[in-house]
Design a protein. Structure first.
Length: 462
């Protein structure tokens, strides 16, 4: 709405992570480089913690992008997976066929596959998001996975992302062994007030702005105080302030527009007073960590990790685990859901869930492995009403001709997934993902390869 008014080519303060808007200042760039070094040159578990909205997901997306040419990357976005489902999720991404009644054999199959990848000179890294919310048994499974190794090296590198509660949980006696395996701890701190002005201007420049400073000193002070340095809050306030300035017909944001944005946002102060104070660690901290890692690697890792082949980073569908109260009998008796709006995909009319699944199977059979799509939702096969409601609720924001539903088996249970779009490249899929603001807040969609879905479907049929 305000893009032409300020000479912008795109929205500068979207809350969905977009790697073109990664701010390397305020220790972010140095932290990213130190993370990459720790992942590729060390064999312990890496932990990254930070407040909600501090930029953890953006950092994770940057890792996926930066590591894509070096390692094979697995992204686990759903913290509610059980310990068995974590194994199934990793096995699916590594294209290990899942047989019914796999039991204890799954871990052995996983180790054999990791050994094959290691023998090919490649490294596998698992990025686990929202780790603070994982069940105790799942965290214990993470520890066991970190034990998988060849005669010389670990087979699976693990990175945990979580809120500060993750630090507290790792201090519990039950998780002492997992905590002992963490060799690098990174804390993503809120932006210091002095960095917020640079952050705002960086985002504006990245969006195509070429004029003078838009935000006055008073405006920046108010944003700093209300946001508590959290980048998501900064983005929300800046976006609302730009909209207020546009509605007033002015070209500079001062205290009046920011105060209106603060009233509209209705942010609550962070509960823990210790977290509300301004915390800042200089760029030198991460640089020192990077230098220390390099020193340790040069002295202790003469053998090094296997050279990574150029493998594209892959993302893993976060299965949404919702237990249904209905029994299998009642689920079978449930009538086929219908949608309030008829959509067409090719020549198929998609009035029912079964028809949409059938159309997806045709699409999957015809689409090249090199294409990508956006994973929107994954749920139990018994939750057909949830699928129907999702489609109806987003019929105005999504092109239903590009929305598909598929069946899969995950962790020994039948699942239903909703996917969107068909993109020849990961870059195009990421660009489309960045436009799904409303959907993104609800279901945390992400990009996935057609090859991975086809492999999972073949494994289900075997």
């Amino acid at each position: 709405m305000y893009l032409d008014h300020f000479g912008l080519q795109q929205a500068p303060f979207r809350i969905t992570p977009h790697t073109e808007f990664f701010f390397a200042g305020a220790n972010r760039g140095a932290t990213l480089e130190a993370l990459i070094y720790a992942i590729t040159h060390d064999e312990g578990i890496v932990k990254v913690s930070g407040e909600v909205g501090s930029g953890k997901t953006m950092l994770c997306r940057m890792l996926l992008e930066k590591l894509s040419g070096q390692v094979e990357t697995i992204y686990l976005a759903n913290p509610l997976l059980s310990h068995t489902e974590i194994l199934c999720a990793i096995a699916e991404e590594l294209r290990i066929p899942l047989q019914q009644g796999y039991g204890h054999l799954l871990l052995r199959s996983l180790q054999e596959r990791l050994l094959e990848i290691y023998a090919d000179g490649r490294q596998v890294v698992a990025l686990i998001d929202e780790a603070h919310a994982m069940p105790l048994a799942a965290l214990e499974e993470v520890r066991l996975l970190s034990n998988l190794e060849s005669s010389r090296h670990k087979l699976l590198q693990i990175v945990l992302f979580g809120q500060p509660e993750l630090d507290q949980r790792l201090g519990e006696p039950a998780l002492r062994q997992l905590n002992d395996r963490i060799t690098h701890h990174f804390r993503l701190e809120p932006l210091h007030p002095n960095d917020i002005a640079a952050y705002l201007m960086f985002r504006l420049r990245a969006a195509g702005y070429h004029g003078p400073d838009l935000f006055t000193r008073r405006a920046i002070q108010l944003i700093s105080r209300a946001s508590e340095g959290l980048t998501r809050r900064i983005n929300i306030l800046a976006d609302k302030a730009l909209l207020a300035a546009f509605s007033e017909g002015v070209h500079q944001i001062d205290g009046r527009q920011v105060r209106a944005a603060i009233r509209d946002a209705q942010f609550k102060r962070i509960a823990d007073p210790a977290r509300a104070r301004w915390l800042w660690v200089g760029v030198s901290t991460a640089l020192c960590a990077l230098g220390g890692l390099a020193y340790l690697a040069s002295g202790n890792n003469a053998g090094g990790l296997p050279t990574a082949a150029a493998n594209k980073a892959t993302t893993l569908a976060p299965a949404t685990l919702r237990e249904t109260e209905s029994s299998a009998m009642s689920t079978m008796a449930e009538p086929e859901p219908t949608f309030s709006r008829t959509a067409t995909l090719g020549t198929a009319k998609l009035d029912t869930l079964a028809e949409r699944i059938a159309a997806t199977e045709v699409w999957l059979a015809q689409t090249p492995d090199s294409h990508y799509f956006i994973q929107l939702l994954m749920t139990d096969a018994g939750s057909q009403r949830e699928i129907s409601d999702f489609i109806v609720n987003h019929k105005r924001t999504l092109d239903l001709r590009q929305l598909r539903v598929y069946r899969s088996r995950f962790g020994g249970r039948e699942r239903l997934g909703i996917i969107y779009g068909d993109y020849p490249s990961r870059e195009q899929a990421n660009a489309a993902l960045a436009t799904l603001g409303e959907v993104s807040q609800e279901s945390k969609p992400y990009v996935r390869a057609v090859a991975k879905l086809r492999s999972a479907q073949l494994g289900r049929l075997e």
